[in-house]
Design a protein around this ligand. Structure first.
Ligand code: NDP
Ligand code: MG
Length: 385
């Protein structure tokens, strides 16, 4: 039995992780579940999976959760600080990080410090602090197993290739709901349009990131740190069917790809079960249903965010942290219908321009960069009102 802590169990990845646990209840045992606002679902999950502890980070819901679980042998904690505590439990073997955005950073650091292996969905953590996280993981002998489907694909392609240098990797992108559109079109798209992803059901933030191509930008930076790559070794190609989840080219020119239907349960399960492939009953991919797998060059002119992410990665230091914080603010404002879709990359670009570059940032520098960027992003948006 592997004992697992699921951070963000009420979200899209969190609930799919619990589906995997349900299907493999002889393999995995849930020690910790955490939610931010969705107290009802957290209670339901706790009653079904009987974890040792649940955390509700929004303290307002503490009484509700505590009352509902008072007859159970389940500890209930509230507040974000509780996350950093529960990931260190002796019993926990693997921490699956499915929080959204910057909130995942500190709990992930604490989990690694405590020697826990990480199943990482929360890509923003590696975007903000990739260098610190990977160095710490190495020091503590901790493995970071990717949950993101593209990175899981690369990880799977690398199995058995330990000695063989990578020439390059190619991350596939679906292109999102606005593939092939131009800036004139994007000016007028609404939140509802942007939330309609063609291939994946995901949380709101990543769905907007997918529509704006920021998701792929974040994934380029995530890949750099996960696989120790140079900036020029990471390419992106648009593949609208989302069947090839990504590929690796080795030094002999040979290319390996990992394929399957778009279903996050597979990469979640691979990260949790590694190195084993666990039997599953999920629907299988069939070539006859997909007679044409197609590929296109990404449009970096229309979808500025991908270019901005490449630039931030190349400059390094705290630039990816600025990119991430500005994007988090801008996406939130877009979801509240206070800025337009193209406003997202404008905010990000302005923040990257205006905030000072810090090379080799320490953790505290990143914390400050995150705070200052959020202030700057809000100022920029306020000026537009
Ligand atoms: P969701 O928005 O669906 O879920 C986020 C989870 O985190 C929820 O449990 C939510 O709690 C909790 N949460 C949100 N904000 C906070 C906070 N400030 N503090 C503590 N908990 C918080 O997101 P997804 O599951 O879609 O995504 C999670 C991560 O996985 C993201 O980093 C995303 O980029 C990555 N990812 C997601 C994929 C997907 O298919 N969904 C694919 C690849 C990567 P509550 O709902 O109770 O408020
Ligand atoms: Mg992905």
């Amino acid at each position: 039995m592997k004992k697992i802590a699921i951070l963000g169990s009420t979200g899209s990845i969190g609930t799919q992780t619990l589906e995997v646990v349900r299907e493999h209840n002889e393999q995995f045992e849930v020690e910790v579940l955490t939610a931010n606002n969705n107290a009802e679902l957290l209670i339901k999950q706790a009653l079904e999976f009987k974890p040792n502890t649940v955390v509700i980070t929004n303290e307002e819901h503490y009484d509700l959760v505590q009352d509902a679980l008072s007859k159970e042998d389940i500890k209930v904690f509230a507040g974000p600080n509780a996350l950093t505590h529960v990931v260190q439990y002796d019993e926990v073997e693997i921490v699956l990080t499915a929080l959204v955005g910057y909130s995942g950073l500190l709990p992930t650091i604490k989990a690694i410090e405590a020697g826990k292996n990480i199943a990482l969905a929360n890509k923003e953590t590696l975007v903000v602090a990739g260098e610190i996280i990977t160095a710490l993981a190495q020091e503590k002998g901790v493995n970071i197993y990717p949950v993101d489907s593209e990175h899981s694909a690369i990880f799977q392609c690398l199995t058995g290739e330990f000695q063989n240098p990578i020439e390059k990797i190619i991350l596939t992108a679906s292109g999102g709901p606005f593939r092939g559109k131009n800036k004139d079109f994007l000016k007028h798209v609404t939140k509802k349009d942007a939330l309609k992803h063609p291939n994946w059901e995901m949380g709101a933030k990543i769905t907007i990131d997918s529509a704006s191509m920021m998701n792929k930008g974040l994934e380029v930076i995530e890949a750099k740190w996960l696989f120790g790559l140079r900036n020029d070794q990471i390419e992106v190609i648009v593949h609208p069917q989302s069947i090839i989840h990504s590929m690796v080219q080795f030094e002999d020119g040979s290319m390996k790809a990992q394929m399957g239907l778009p279903d996050m349960k597979l990469p979640i399960q691979y990260a949790m079960g590694y190195p084993k492939r666990l039997k599953s009953s999920y629907p299988r991919f069939n070539f006859i249903d997909y007679p044409a797998l197609t590929f296109e060059q990404p449009d970096l002119e229309t979808f500025r965010n991908l270019q901005l992410a490449y630039d931030a990665m190349k400059k390094g230091g705290n630039q990816p942290c600025i990119l991430n914080a500005a994007n988090e603010v801008a996406v939130d404002e877009f979801l509240q219908e206070r800025i337009g879709f193209l406003g997202i990359s404008e905010v990000v670009e302005k923040c990257l321009d205006k905030l000072p570059l810090i090379l080799n940032p320490q953790y505290e520098d990143l914390v400050n960069t995150d705070i200052e960027t959020r202030i700057k992003a809000k100022e920029i948006i306020k000026e537009w009102e």
